[in-house]
Design a protein around this ligand. Structure first.
Ligand SMILES: Cc1ncc(COP(=O)(O)O)c(C=O)c1O
Length: 358
C-alpha cells in the first residue's frame, strides 16, 4: 500500500526547457544548476536527462561527489566553494571546480597540500552584497591565485540581484561593473541565471547558469512560464481519501475558522505541509480535482487538505488531485502562498515519491 502523494517529473519537458536555454543563449556554454536535489526534481535523474549540459552547478560537496561517483565526467562546480580545509582533498580527488568568493577560501587553498591543481571560478560581488570579492580587487586576487600551484585555470562569475525585473537597471549596472573590473583580465566569464538569459541576453557571455527555467517555472516577475515557452517539469499530485457531506455552518479543519456557507461536499486530499505543500495556502487556493478547479478550505494540515467540491460532478474517493504543475502553474500557487516557485519545488519532502516519465 502506498500513499498517493507523488511528484510526477516530466523529463521530456526538462529537455524542452534545456533547448529553450540553448535557443536563448546560442553562443554560451550551459552550466545546468542542479543544486538542492535539482530543485526537488532528483539530482541524478535530472543530470542523466541533460546530456547536452556542459557543466553542472551544485552547492553541497556531497552532490558533486554523487555526480562524479555516478559516472559524470563533465565539469562540476561547487557554487559556494570550500567550507572547510578538509574539503580540498575531496575537491581535488573528485576533480570538482570551486567558486572562490572569500578571503578565507584563498587562505585554505594557499595552505593546502593538494594532489592536483583545481579550477577556480572567482566570484565578484557587483552589487548583491551577498557573496564575492570587491571587483576593484579582482586583478590582485587573480595574481595571487595564478601564483599558486594549487590552482589550474581561473574563470570569473557574478550573480544578479534583480534580473527577474526587466525594468530594473540594477542588472545593467552589475553587468557593467563586472566587465569593467575584468577589462584587462583573461578568462571565461559567467553572469546570467535564468531571468538574465531571457530578459538580459547581452549578459550571456561564455557560460550561462540556468536553474529555475530548466524546471519550467517562470523566472520573470509577472510573466507566465507558458508565455516564455517553458513547460512545467514537476506535477505534484495526490488523491481524494474522503468526501464529507457537510451541513451549512459546519467548521472545517484545525481551528474551525472556515465554515460551510451551505450544505456541500468537502473533499479531503492526502497531501499537507509534511509533504511540502505550503501551510500558508489560504482558503480559495486552487487545486485541480479530475482536471477541474476546486478551492482549498480551512487550514492546511500536516498530511491533508480540505477542498470545496461544490459544482463537481460525482466526485469520488480515489479521484486525482493536482496541487501544481501541468495546467496549474506553480507560480500561481507560490504567489497565493506568499512565496516563490523555487521554495515550493525545493521543499517537496522525502515522503513524496518522485515518478519519472519521458
Ligand atoms: C550562483 C547561482 N547561479 C545560478 C543560479 C540559478 O538561478 P535561477 O534558478 O534563478 O536560474 C543560482 C540559483 O540560486 C545561483 O545561486
Amino acid at each position: 500500500m502506498t500513499r498517493p502523494a507523488r511528484a510526477c517529473i516530466d523529463l521530456h519537458a526538462l529537455r524542452h526547457n534545456f533547448q529553450r536555454v540553448r535557443q536563448a543563449a546560442p553562443g554560451s556554454r550551459v552550466m545546468a544548476i542542479i543544486k538542492a536535489n535539482a530543485y526537488g526534481h532528483g539530482l541524478l535523474r535530472v543530470a542523466q536527462s541533460l546530456p547536452g549540459a556542459d557543466a553542472f552547478g551544485v552547492v553541497s560537496p556531497e552532490e558533486g561527489i554523487t555526480l562524479r561517483e555516478s559516472g559524470f565526467d563533465r565539469r562540476i562546480v561547487l557554487l559556494e566553494g570550500l567550507f572547510t580545509p578538509d574539503d580540498i582533498a575531496l575537491v581535488a580527488g573528485y576533480h570538482l571546480d570551486i567558486v572562490v568568493h572569500h578571503a578565507s577560501q584563498l587562505d585554505m587553498l594557499e595552505q593546502a597540500a593538494i594532489s592536483r591543481p583545481v579550477d577556480v571560478w572567482l566570484k565578484l560581488d557587483t552589487g548583491m552584497n551577498r557573496l564575492g570579492f570587491d571587483p576593484d580587487a579582482a586583478a590582485n586576487i587573480v595574481a595571487r591565485l595564478q601564483s599558486l600551484e594549487q590552482v589550474a585555470t581561473v574563470r570569473f562569475m557574478t550573480h544578479f540581484a534583480c534580473a527577474d525585473e526587466p525594468d530594473n537597471d540594477t542588472t545593467a549596472v552589475q553587468s557593467d561593473r563586472f566587465n569593467r573590473a575584468l577589462d584587462m583580465l583573461e578568462g571565461e566569464r559567467t553572469l546570467a541565471n535564468s531571468a538574465a538569459i531571457l530578459a538580459w541576453p547581452d549578459t550571456c557571455a561564455d557560460w550561462v547558469r540556468p536553474g529555475i527555467m530548466l524546471y519550467g517555472a517562470s523566472p520573470l516577475a509577472g510573466e507566465r512560464a507558458a508565455a516564455l515557452d517553458l513547460q512545467p517539469v514537476m506535477t505534484l499530485k495526490s488523491r481524494l481519501i474522503a468526501i464529507n457531506a457537510c451541513r451549512q455552518g459546519d467548521a472545517v479543519g484545525y481551528g474551525g475558522d472556515w465554515r460551510c456557507p451551505e450544505d456541500m461536499p468537502v473533499g479531503v486530499a492526502a497531501i499537507g505541509y509534511g509533504d511540502g505543500y505550503p501551510r500558508h495556502a489560504g482558503s480559495g487556493m486552487p487545486v485541480l480535482v479530475n482536471g477541474r478547479r476546486a478551492g482549498l478550505v480551512g487550514r492546511v494540515s500536516m498530511d491533508m487538505i480540505c477542498l470545496d467540491l461544490r459544482g463537481h460532478d460525482s466526485p469520488a474517493v480515489g479521484d486525482e488531485v493536482v496541487l501544481w504543475g501541468d495546467s496549474l502553474p506553480v507560480e500561481e500557487i507560490a504567489a497565493g502562498a506568499g512565496t516563490i516557485s523555487y521554495e515550493l519545488l525545493c521543499g517537496i519532502s522525502h515522503r513524496v515519491r518522485l515518478e519519472y516519465t519521458g
